[in-house]
Design a protein around this ligand. Structure first.
Ligand SMILES: Cc1cc2nc3c(=O)[nH]c(=O)nc-3n(C[C@H](O)[C@H](O)[C@H](O)COP(=O)(O)OP(=O)(O)OC[C@H]3O[C@@H](n4cnc5c(N)ncnc54)[C@H](O)[C@@H]3O)c2cc1C
Length: 381
């Protein structure tokens, strides 16, 4: 008999895992609302896996290869663009050394002097900067289309999706997972994958405490005085809590401003006034054509953070057998979805993954407390 896998959560991670497993397992996904209706629908869709996993290039390349290959599946598209980080004069030497070090590991990274960078990226006013770090391979996707395309693929392989169906509990017998208690009744399963986003900690607390806490992060879209030109890159401004990318219509999306969230259920879905002001003051200092930019949209959403900003993809030793956890994506869940799906397959089947899973193992943390300092990935380098 084909083994049954029940997945808790129909965000981008639940959908990616369902697609990966559906050819070989009887897969059922349980989502308390609609598919990809929480963090997954709100993401900026940036794919910056090589820079996020410089220490583990096999992980970054696994995701990049997936997005390149998946581009054009159904309605899904992946737009590949370079990404630049602005370098202030006081950090020039440090950043030059950094670029040579990572380039020596065959990563597509280089340091561009101000003149060279201004020529390559003429919309940027780099008068306050020494140059930029350019990551040659990054890109963006529409996160909702991505999740729904994964869902369609999984459904074509006979996975079933139950929306508006909350899962109340795991069913455990003799230390083994045997299914789920859902609002519609009991469901039997040989394996359970918990992909419930930031709610994973609360859901699994009595079985295996997961060091994940909610944080809130935001995006704003601006309409510049004229549409951004072709070749406008993605990028980030170290120390200013922001990253950015072009939209397909020439608008400008800027995201970041992330903070730990004590009340995730009632957190505002609007961008904060402080973030709007910060963006309005900051953007014209490094981009031409934004003095009179129009405000198009702004929003905020809640995701799960871990103490070291990397997700937990593991079958914890203290958890009931048959349970796999996929949570704590720290603002990178869309780009990490292909890696999460492959990791979960490896954890279920025992097949080797094409990268080490050590980075994602829960025992890398000394404690399972959620009382840790939140590190914002958009506030750093
Ligand atoms: C503003 C913003 C910008 C972002 N930008 C990017 C970006 O540029 N690139 C990137 O890669 N990532 C980005 N992210 C992060 C990314 O959106 C998340 O990491 C990713 O969506 C996490 O996916 P998930 O499936 O784990 O979580 P979710 O999308 O939160 O899905 C979890 C699902 O589980 C369901 N669920 C929970 N408990 C239960 C239960 N008991 N029963 C049934 N269902 C349950 C929830 O309803 C939810 O739909 C951003 C996030 C935000 C908010």
């Amino acid at each position: 008999m084909t083994e049954r896998v029940a997945i808790v959560g129909g965000g981008v991670i639940g959908c990616a895992v369902a697609r990966e497993l559906a050819p070989d397992y009887d897969v059922e996904v349980f989502e308390k609302g609609q598919l990809a209706s929480e963090a997954s629908a709100l993401a900026a869709g940036e794919i910056t896996m090589l820079s996020s996993y410089e220490d583990e290039p096999a992980i970054g390349w696994h995701a990049v290869d997936f997005f390149r290959e998946y581009d054009g599946t159904g309605e899904f598209s992946y737009t590949e663009l370079p990404s630049i980080g602005l370098v202030t004069p006081d950090r020039e030497d440090e950043k030059r050394r950094y670029a040579s070090r990572v380039a020596a590991d065959d990563l597509p990274v280089r340091y561009l002097e101000r003149e060279e960078a201004s020529e390559a990226y003429p919309t940027f006013d780099l008068s306050d900067h020494a140059g930029v770090i350019e990551h040659g391979v990054s890109g963006f996707v529409d996160p909702y289309t991505f999740a729904i395309t994964l869902h369609h693929d999984a459904r074509d392989d006979r996975a079933t999706f139950h929306t508006d169906t909350a899962v109340h509990d795991l069913l455990v017998e003799d230390g083994e997972v045997v299914g789920l208690e859902t609002e519609d009744g009991r469901v039997e399963a040989d394996h359970v994958v918990c992909a419930a986003g930031w709610r994973t900690r609360e859901f699994l607390l009595e079985y295996t405490p997961i060091p994940v806490r909610p944080y809130r992060t935001q995006c704003i879209v601006l309409e510049p005085e004229s549409p951004l030109p072709d070749g406008f890159p993605m990028g980030w401004y170290p120390g200013e809590h922001v990253y950015f990318r072009p939209e397909h219509n020439g608008d400008f999306l800027i995201g970041g401003w992330s903070f730990a969230e004590a009340n995730p259920e009632s957190a505002s879905g609007q961008a904060d006034a402080e973030f709007r002001t910060h963006v309005a003051e900051l953007v014209p200092t490094f981009l031409e054509g934004f003095e009179e930019a129009g405000y198009v949209d702004g929003w905020a959403g809640v995701d799960g953070a871990t103490p070291d900003t990397r997700p937990i993809l593991d079958a914890p030793a203290d958890a009931p057998d048959g349970l796999v956890v996929a949570t704590g994506f720290n603002g990178r869940g869309v780009m990490t979805a292909p890696v999460a799906a492959t990791a979960v397959r490896s954890l279920l089947t025992g097949e080797d993954a094409p990268f080490s899973l050590d980075t994602f193992a829960i025992d890398r943390f000394d404690t399972r407390s959620d009382d840790f300092e939140f590190i914002s990935i958009s506030a750093g380098d």
